[in-house]
Design a protein around this ligand. Structure first.
Ligand code: GTP
Ligand code: MG
Length: 269
């Protein structure tokens, strides 16, 4: 109970920091994860930008993990609400598109400040580095890595501000599926991992066979088999399913386990 109060306090502080940065910005760049742009967008941030009259660009990052056709589908869905581009920081694809889109939204200002916002782990700090052209902001496969806003000068006319990830509302299971919580923060990671397995199988029946060589379609069995394959054992030799649950969540968050959603999964096309 006390822990969850403390977490609420922390979240409140992080949101206040994001709010201040958005207030300061001329343009807001919202980064989302290409594997599920819909679940990784922050309606709260979008609403804030709207209320403050700031133009908002949606950047679908990690495009290397998803087929181009699906990226195009997401782009046309999201574009109904905000200008949208997709890119891959890892493959350094889409940098020119990003510069062009920022320029376009800056309405010929001489100096522009961009706030880079979004859920944890979507690649905000990575996008900052892409704009800067070298490593300036620290990135990590662990969600919740950036704790304080960081201003980086990307060009003589452009300042970009990295921000801590905005944690959306939702159950722990939902937040894990959205990549926003570290598995270590959960007392019992098994229900969240089972939910993740269920969603993964609904998107791609063969995903665990491709990734781990596991053919079972039963969520608990998938975790047991992963524990067995990785040699995660408790003292008595029993399978350590909790460790397998954490490993599976980590693989999802670091991009080793790949499945993706399409707009039709949300009845959006
Ligand atoms: N496959 C792939 N991984 C990426 C890409 N961009 C970033 N990542 C990875 O995603 C993870 C998160 O990136 P960060 O830039 O730290 O994410 P963030 O949004 O700043 O996260 P927080 O600071 O925790 O809010 C890191 O492991 C990155 O290497 C990309 O284009 N493709
Ligand atoms: Mg970061």
């Amino acid at each position: 109970m006390l822990e969850s109060f403390a977490r609420c306090g922390e979240l409140g502080k992080e949101w206040a920091r994001v709010r201040r940065v958005v207030q300061e910005a001329d343009v807001v760049v919202e980064v989302v994860d290409a594997r599920d742009p819909y679940a990784t967008r922050s309606i709260r941030v979008e609403r804030l930008a709207k209320v403050l009259g700031k133009p908002l660009l949606i950047v679908i990052n990690k495009a290397d993990l998803v087929p181009k056709q699906v990226l195009d589908e997401w782009k046309s869905v999201l574009e109904k609400e905000h200008p949208t581009i997709y890119l891959s920081v890892t493959k350094r694809l889409g940098t020119r598109r990003l510069w062009k889109a920022i320029k376009k939204l800056s309405s010929s200002r001489d100096y522009v400040t961009v706030a880079v916002v979004g859920l944890p782990n979507v690649g905000k700090s990575a996008v900052i580095n892409l704009l800067k052209g070298r490593h300036s902001a620290t990135t990590s496969p662990l969600p919740g890595y950036t704790k304080h806003p960081l201003t980086v000068k990307a060009a003589t006319w452009l300042k970009v501000i990295d921000t801590p990830g905005v944690i959306p509302m939702g159950s722990e299971e939902e937040l894990i599926v959205r990549g926003a919580l570290r598995p270590e923060s959960l007392e019992d990671p098994v229900p969240a991992a089972m939910k993740l397995v269920e969603v993964a199988l609904s998107r791609d029946r063969g995903v665990f066979e491709k990734t781990y060589g596991i053919t079972s379609k039963d969520p608990y069995r998938v975790l047991e088999e992963l524990a067995s394959r990785r040699g995660f054992l408790l003292k008595g030799g029993e399978l350590n399913v909790e460790e397998a649950a954490r490993a599976l969540i980590r693989d999802w968050q670091s991009g080793k386990l790949v499945f993706y959603s399409k707009p039709s999964d949300y009845s959006l096309s």
